[in-house]
Design a protein around this ligand. Structure first.
Ligand code: ADP
Ligand code: MN
Ligand code: MN
Ligand code: MN
Length: 334
């Protein structure tokens, strides 16, 4: 009998920042990837004496790495009684998304990352530093950008997997890049962002290059890596006042959001490299120094979406999108 390879992918229990894990299962042709399990004592998800954790498939797509009928199977982690594992942040998002379904929220997440060759950012000189930032953002040429073959292969892999990837660009720090996922609903964008991250690491293996979501990979006058989170409700897509109300609502819960927007956010949001300090909250039209930017087209059209610039590259999209929905839709419902 014929069969296909299913690469099961899940989020582990590492703190403060969880990592992706994966393993393959051979599944008979025509069958869906079944519920499976793993050793939670090796992923900081269980004690050795009671180590079994459950993998429940939640998002399945074609596997662009193996090709053919093979599949990628993103899973959520459950306890053996089938309740969500404490490390499972998706379950809470699903509940909040359901509660506020009437708002029809959309998210577009800009995932920044840094390519590394060993311990050094890709293409950086062995001794010293590249020329200061200024010419690298959206740069072209082998003196300006490092790692484009990886970026292009990752883009193709995301497209072949059927993910809602919106684009790519070279970033302000050399060896730093970005891709965007969305706009999609909060659960969909988060599931797909995790799969796109997995594809980034997996694509990097083929080039002997690693990708890091470190929010501040190089100390000093070098940009950190973020995950700007663009967001709208159906009301914001019709009405500018709803966009302003959303920005105001985010300002009322600054500390809660900052505390959940990724580990070491205070190293990135110093106020010196775009986006203001994590201690402040500001919003403004076209303002890349603000916490929340209202794109100029949104001000012109008097409707659209807003960009929360604060989330770190290492954030958990299940947590960030849940908080944004709770804060913005909660305030609009009050
Ligand atoms: P930037 O100018 O900040 O670099 P990008 O083009 O990288 O912007 O990202 C903008 C993101 O906003 C994209 O992911 C896009 O899908 C998303 N977006 C566009 N319109 C909406 C909307 N109405 N609601 C939510 N997200 C949106
Ligand atoms: Mn961008
Ligand atoms: Mn960017
Ligand atoms: Mn942005």
């Amino acid at each position: 009998m014929s069969s296909y390879k299913a690469e099961y992918i899940w989020i582990d229990g590492q703190k403060p920042t969880a990592k992706l894990r994966c393993k393959a299962k051979i599944v008979p042709e025509g069958a869906d990837p079944p519920i499976w399990g793993f050793d939670g004592s090796s992923t900081e998800q269980a004690p050795g004496s009671n180590s079994d954790c459950v993998l429940k498939p939640i998002f399945i797509c074609p596997d662009p790495i193996r090709g053919g009928d093979n599949k990628l199977v993103l899973c959520e982690v459950l306890l053996t009684d089938m309740s969500p594992h404490p490390s499972n942040t998706r379950a809470a998002l699903v509940a909040v998304a359901k509660k506020y379904a009437e708002f029809d929220t959309w998210f577009g997440i800009e995932q920044e990352y840094t390519l590394f060759s060993g311990a050094r950012p890709l293409g950086w000189p062995v001794n010293g530093f590249p020329a200061p930032q200024g010419g690298y953002y959206c740069g072209v040429g082998s003196d300006e950008v490092f790692g484009r073959p990886v970026v292009e292969a990752h883009l193709d892999n995301c497209l072949d997997a059927g993910l809602g990837i919106g684009g790519i660009n070279a970033e302000v720090m050399p060896a730093q890049w970005e891709f965007q996922i969305g706009p999609l609903g909060p659960v969909e964008v988060s599931d797909q962002l995790w799969v796109a991250r997995w594809l980034l690491y997996r694509t990097g293996e083929q080039f002997d290059v690693s990708a890091a979501l470190d929010p501040k990979p190089v100390r000093g006058d070098w940009n950190g890596a973020g995950a700007h989170t663009n967001f709208s409700t159906k009301y914001m897509r019709e009405n500018y006042d709803a966009c302003i109300a959303a920005a105001e609502a985010l300002g009322t819960k600054r500390e809660l959001h900052i505390a959940n927007y990724g580990d070491r956010i205070e190293e990135r949001l110093t106020g010196l490299h775009e986006t203001c300090s994590y201690r402040e909250f500001r919003y403004g039209v076209s303002d890349r120094g603000a916490s929340v930017r209202i794109p100029w087209q949104v001000a012109r059209d008097q409707k659209g979406y807003i960009e929360d610039r604060r989330p770190n590259a290492n954030m958990d999209p299940y947590v960030v999108t849940r908080l944004v929905v709770e804060t913005v839709c909660g305030a609009a419902s009050a």
